[in-house]
Design a protein around this ligand. Structure first.
Ligand code: XMP
Length: 509
């Protein structure tokens, strides 16, 4: 069984990044709730080697602030607290945390006193990234101060009990020796072995799927994206012919998508069912312009179709290609269902009879892409830009008529075609066209025209939770705009979206 480091989440926006940093070192790591008791940890993670307590925005002394079971310090497992986690250690074990003492934001100079343990390999002075209002002002008994800044006690340690508190954020790249600190904790202090890799992930996951599914049948919806494709291939490796992959053509897919799916997946020995539901979707969306209504109608229809296929195939399990950021965007697990309706194909009904299986739930997009490569998926699929579940319906502002679909499909095709020709496809997170519900005046062939507007959106991102518009060369934008206005007779104007996320979202609806 793999060694595992768990990251206890106290509401930090970086909890997932901490786990990611540990995995990058070749040791498995996952994020758990701060409410998990020491007994739960012992029962659920027999492979545990260490616990990292994340940061968080709260004041540890506030009774309403997130707490944890004090017995986690008695598990005989090394503990590393970061920022709020550092305060938790001090507060629980008899030190002092003072509110508003020694605030520090941004890059700060760390003065290192003890370089033997968690700070092995650090220089006397190091640049670290701080983001705190409260500070530890006295370490708990049995702890020594290993480093300070001008304003605070930055690192405390109890080497006998293997408990370490760090005020700065080693997971953020601005902390130069962040990786060194994690490596010290994971390998020297927790004695974890490097035994996590994509091959290992694939092998373990297949065993886990076999255990969950047994001899039962499962269905998975293919969207043409990397997540559902990888999930489908893993499932098929695990349960073979008991899996049916379903591609629902909603009529809102990219140009040539059904053919692409058929060609790609016939290479994999997998049962593939193509459902042409275009008419159903167009009928259901007639006259609908509200984005949320569109999403809900599409979601419900998807589920109905999946239910029918599941009944037909006698499937008991629904597989989804949900990845870690999908869950993060959903906020806490308590709110997960709300976001599912936004971010997973269709959303799931409350009284769902199908059992869920989500083999990629702990991975990031780039990790999924790495798994895709190991599984032998072609780059064309493994490196494909994300595409939303509701498809082009949420890139047509206004009514989703067949005519509007054709316009946005062509525009989207031109955008991607030019991006590939410019050899820029893989340097952009996501690129697409949006059809706006307005007309503007133009002049074409010496005559006045009054036609539709296409917006082009190129963004760069790490996990889609935030994004910045891409500063692509004007020459590329010019080529795209010329082709769109020449090749799509309904369009006479193209605009470029220069909005970051936040405040915009990546999709327009
Ligand atoms: P937003 O628009 O929320 O999108 O910034 C973030 C990322 O998620 C994709 N997206 C979706 N993916 N179902 C999906 O599977 C959806 O309903 C959905 N809505 C947005 C979007 O394309 C971007 O990559």
């Amino acid at each position: 069984m793999n060694a595992r480091i768990i990251v206890m989440d106290f509401g930090s926006q970086y909890a997932h990044l901490i786990a990611r940093r540990v995995r990058d070192l070749g040791v498995f790591s996952s994020v758990v709730s701060n409410e998990l008791s020491a007994d739960d940890i012992r029962a659920n993670f027999p492979d545990i080697r260490g616990i990292i307590l994340s940061g968080g925005p709260d004041d540890v002394v506030d009774p309403a602030a997130p707490q944890c079971d004090k017995n986690i310090f008695e598990l005989n497992v090394p503990v590393l607290g970061l920022c709020y986690g550092h305060h938790i250690i001090s507060h629980y074990l008899g030190g002092k945390v003072s509110l508003g003492a020694g605030r520090e934001y941004g890059i700060t100079k760390l003065k290192v006193a003890k370089k033997d343990s968690i700070l092995k390999g650090f220089d006397k002075a190091e640049a670290v990234w701080m983001n705190h209002g409260n500070s530890v002002t006295a370490p708990p008994p049995g702890f020594e101060v290993a480093a300070r800044t001008g304003n605070c006690i930055a690192v405390i340690q109890n080497k006998r009990k293997n408990i370490y508190g760090v005020q700065f954020h080693p997971e953020v790249t601005h902390t130069k020796k962040g990786k060194v600190l994690f490596s010290n904790f994971v390998f020297d202090i927790c004695s974890a072995k490097k035994d996590w890799s994509m091959e290992r992930f694939i092998g373990d996951k297949i065993k886990k799927i076999k255990r969950q599914v047994g001899n039962r049948r499962a269905i998975i919806g293919l969207s043409g994206g990397v997540d559902s494709s990888v999930a489908a291939i893993l499932m098929s490796r695990a349960i073979g012919k008991n899996l049916t992959a379903v591609f629902v053509d909603t009529g809102f897919m990219r140009l040539g998508e059904p053919e692409f799916i058929r060609d790609t997946f016939t290479h994999w020995d997998m049962k593939l069912k193509m459902v042409d539901a275009r008419k159903k979707f167009y009928d259901a969306l007639r006259g609908i312009v509200d984005p949320e209504q569109k999403r809900k109608i599409i979601g419900r229809l998807f589920i109905r179709i999946f239910d029918e296929v599941a009944l037909d195939k006698k499937a008991e399990i629904l597989v989804q290609g949900t990845i870690y950021p999908d869950r993060i965007e959903s906020g806490t697990s308590k709110n997960a269902s709300v976001i599912k309706s936004h971010h997973n194909v269709g959303g799931l009904p409350k009284n769902m009879t199908l059992e869920l299986c989500e083999p990629l739930e702990d991975l990031y997009k780039d990790e999924v892409r790495a798994v895709a490569k190991k599984l032998g998926l072609p780059d064309e699929l493994a490196l494909r830009h994300p595409f939303p579940g509701p498809g082009l319906a949420i890139r047509i502002l206004g009514e989703c008529t067949r005519k509007n679909v054709k316009i946005v499909q062509k525009a989207n095709y031109i955008v991607l075609d030019e991006l590939e020709k410019a050899d820029e496809y893989n340097s952009i997170w996501q690129a697409f066209a949006v059809l706006l519900p307005v007309k503007s005046v133009g002049v074409q062939g010496d005559a006045r025209s009054y036609k539709r507007v296409i917006a082009i959106r190129f963004v760069n991102s790490v996990d889609a939770m935030s994004a910045s518009f891409s500063k692509v060369p004007y020459s590329l934008l010019e080529k795209i705009s010329t082709r769109i206005t020449n090749e799509i007779k309904e369009v006479n104007r193209v605009v470029y979206d220069i909005t970051n996320k936040p405040p915009g979202t990546i999709e327009w609806e």
